[in-house]
Design a protein around this ligand. Structure first.
Ligand SMILES: [Zn+2]
Length: 317
């Protein structure tokens, strides 16, 4: 894949980064598992064949720094991930021989994107990674997620000078892991729209943070069947207002495309145009700060690829 991308050096016109590494395909899941390497292959085929790849800056992927991982995850959990042997962490979450390596690189990619923003090379990025991250809690992986990519990257962002970090999560599932990592924190704002009630069960409107973090978590639970109109309200009215009030220094997007009406794992009715409006609203609200998207869910490969393409089009505008 990498050799098909144009090198970044000597060209400062490509302001949107695209981060991908073949290692992400080495996280193997059992036959029939919805979170399969096919998802990324479909995205790459689409991004390549549409000609978008030539407009994107190729940012190399390196593993997440240990300190950033430890700023979110317990040492004992990270040690557990390093144990050899294929196994299930929970009934949905499988670890294959190279899953840990892939997960470290997935979290690393989001950190790499932020670093490139900090260095002035790019202003926005999309990280096409797996395994996804937002269900991973400080002390346990779950829901297809091993390392919380967005959360690790948020702590990394703070280390490199972005004091206030907005995380916005439009995956159809609530990001329980991300919420848990920052629930009592007033420097990282977590905003989520999700189907509710639904897996993993968290994300009620009343979950608003704890201690000094009260008011820095905002959940918009949506009943099954909700679609573009509900999303328009959530992003245009609520997200914009929260972002304006919080004044973040950078924004990390947990981009999960299982909110789409074509997705097999959930029951929201968001259309292609709905996805475009969500991304456009986020980009507009964060026009003056770095914006880095990291792939979460999305389990209909063709729909997923199309929606990532829509996201890239909006990032490139
Ligand atoms: Zn999801």
């Amino acid at each position: 894949m990498a050799e098909r991308m144009v090198p970044l050096v000597g060209d400062d016109t490509r302001r949107v980064g695209f981060l991908y590494d073949p290692l992400f395909l080495e996280h193997r899941t059992p036959p029939g598992h919805p979170e399969s390497p096919r998802r990324l292959k479909s995205i790459l085929d689409h991004v390549s064949s549409s000609g978008m790849l030539e407009r994107l800056a190729n940012i190399p992927v390196t593993p997440a720094p240990r300190e950033a991982l430890l700023a979110v995850h317990d040492r004992a959990y990270l040690d557990e991930l390093a144990l050899p042997g294929e196994r299930y962490l929970d009934p949905d979450t499988f670890i294959s021989s190279r899953s840990r390596e892939a997960a470290m690189a997935a979290a690393g990619a989001v950190c790499n994107a932020l670093n490139s923003c900090r260095a002035g090379q790019i202003s926005r990025a999309f990280c096409a990674v797996r395994p996804p991250g937002h269900h991973a809690e400080p002390a346990r992986g779950m829901g297809f997620c091993l390392i919380n990519n967005a959360a690790v990257a948020a702590r990394y962002a703070q280390r490199i000078g972005y004091a206030r970090v907005m995380i916005v999560d439009f995956d159809v599932h609530h990001g329980n892991g991300t919420q848990a990592a920052f629930y009592d924190d007033d420097t990282v704002f977590y905003f989520s729209t999700h189907e509710y009630p639904h897996y993993p069960g968290t994300g009620a409107a009343g979950e608003r943070g704890a201690g000094k973090g009260v008011g820095f978590t905002r959940n918009i639970p949506l009943s099954p069947g909700s679609g573009d109109a509900e999303m328009r309200h959530a992003y245009h009215e609520v997200f914009r207002a929260e972002t304006a009030a919080f004044r973040p220094d950078c924004c990390i997007v947990s981009a999960g495309y299982d909110l789409h009406e074509g997705d097999p794992l959930a029951d929201l009715n968001v259309s292609d145009q709905g996805v475009r409006e969500i991304v456009r609203t986020i980009v507009a609200a964060c026009a003056d700060i770095p914006l880095v998207c990291t792939l979460e869910g999305g389990y209909h490969p063709a729909t997923l690829a199309r929606c990532v393409g829509i996201t890239l089009e909006e990032l490139l505008l």
